[in-house]
Design a protein around this ligand. Structure first.
Ligand SMILES: Cc1cc2nc3c(=O)[nH]c(=O)nc-3n(C[C@H](O)[C@H](O)[C@H](O)COP(=O)(O)O)c2cc1C
Ligand code: SF4
Ligand code: SF4
Length: 371
């Protein structure tokens, strides 16, 4: 039911563990496969590992900032690590990055030789001073992907970022160059916060933001790619439960990746999401991912195609015993009053913004089309 063919690889399920320190060596990769993942992606392997930074993450209960800069291992060490990772079977994707086509292709060829089942080219790390990420330049993406694809036999996925002017155009360049899939998104450049007592930032440099708060941004990136390019998509960003997996699929993703949620909850989250996902599929009598992929996509239209409909708000049973008055306080149009617990909505004032509907803690209010 959850098996899927992704880039020609037979995945037992669509849950892939993303590139990061949780996949930083062979044992971790193997453990995440054992915990049920359909595939795992190594921490990004580069030709010049950077090992200066000691403090690497900060977390505020919602999102996480990291300043960890790729794998610390030299390329050659990954020969042994990949052997360990694959020792109980399972699909291992090697994540790589670099500054030029020849550098990235060199890494790809070596990792193919070491046994990687596919390559993910990560051109999207936001660490550093500037907002530019390598994948901002679609010609650079094209040149790198074309060179790698021309030199390895295994499938090649390209990991993109929200930090590009037009993710659809960059995705088109990746497809034209022969990429088998696109993964989106990487972390978003951030400063998580400042310790105001000490007057210092939580971490001493710009980092990458991940976890739940980036999910809406990542969902939009996935939808934009799916609406403009016909290529398998792997959705990444803020996934912490099975509902999130389905959201990504309904917006066009074929597979998804999990990173921060695994870091914060441990690998048991993989089994939990898989069980819940399987149950949801069974309950809804859905037999394959293809049945739901892109289902919500057609409802996402360009702003200028939306027709303005007169919407208004109503309170079904009029009497509200809760009496929290939040709807009254929040309504910017002063359209709501409560007289003896009776909710009255002034239709002449209500502009149908929907705010009160989302604010009401007991779902008493609804928005409806007046026609
Ligand atoms: C500590 C940490 C290290 C990461 N390292 C890498 C990396 O080496 N290569 C990469 O492409 N992405 C890396 N990422 C990004 C994740 O793979 C993922 O794209 C991002 O965190 C969004 O997904 P999430 O919200 O599920 O974590 C890292 C993220 C974190 C939090
Ligand atoms: S829909 Fe908006 S304008 Fe109308 S009552 Fe609710 S908050 Fe006020
Ligand atoms: S927000 Fe909901 S519960 Fe609170 S007063 Fe308005 S209708 Fe009642």
């Amino acid at each position: 039911m959850l098996e899927t063919n992704f880039m020609g690889l037979k995945l037992k399920n669509p849950i892939i563990i993303s590139a990061g320190p949780w996949n930083g060596d062979g044992k971790k990769l193997r453990n995440n496969l054992k915990a049920g993942a359909g595939a795992v992606i190594t921490e990004t392997i580069v030709s010049d590992p950077f090992s200066k930074i000691s403090e690497q993450v900060a977390y505020n209960g919602q999102g996480l900032q990291n300043i960890r800069y790729y794998s610390r291992f030299q390329l050659e060490r990954w020969q042994e690590e990949l052997k360990i990772a694959k020792s109980d079977g399972g699909i291992v994707i090697a994540s790589i990055s670099g500054h030029s086509p020849s550098e990235v292709t060199y890494l790809a060829k070596k990792l193919e030789k070491y046994g990687a089942d596919a390559i993910e080219i990560s051109l999207s790390c936001p660490l550093g001073e500037g907002v530019e990420v390598p994948c901002s330049d679609r010609n650079f993406v094209y040149d790198i992907v074309k060179d790698v694809v021309g030199n390895v036999k295994i499938p090649v996925m390209v990991k993109l970022s929200q930090h590009v002017n037009n993710i659809s155009e960059v995705s088109k360049a990746a497809k034209k160059a022969g990429a088998s899939a696109i993964s989106a998104i990487n972390t978003i450049r951030c400063i998580l916060g400042v310790n105001i007592e000490e007057g210092v930032p939580l971490l001493p440099t710009y980092g990458g933001y991940s976890g739940v708060p980036i999910r809406p941004i990542a969902l939009a990136s996935v939808a934009s790619i799916a609406q403009s390019v016909h290529i398998p998509i792997c959705g990444v960003g803020g996934i912490e439960n099975y509902e999130n997996v389905i959201e990504y699929m309904m917006l066009g993703a074929s597979t998804i990746q999990i990173g921060t949620a695994l870091m914060l909850n441990g690998d048991s989250i993989i089994g939990k999401i898989l069980n819940d996902l399987e149950k949801w599929f069974k309950d809804k009598k859905i037999s394959s991912i293809d049945e739901i992929r892109g289902k919500a996509l057609e409802q996402i239209k360009p702003l200028d195609e939306l027709s303005l409909q007169p919407m208004t708000c109503k309170c079904d049973d009029k009497v509200c015993k809760e009496g929290c008055n939040l709807c009254i306080e929040y309504c910017l149009e002063n359209a709501i009053k409560a007289i003896n617990n009776n909710i009255k909505i002034d239709k002449l004032k209500c502009i149908g913004c929907g705010l009160c509907v989302h604010i009401c803690p007991v779902n008493k209010l609804q928005i409806y089309d007046e026609n």
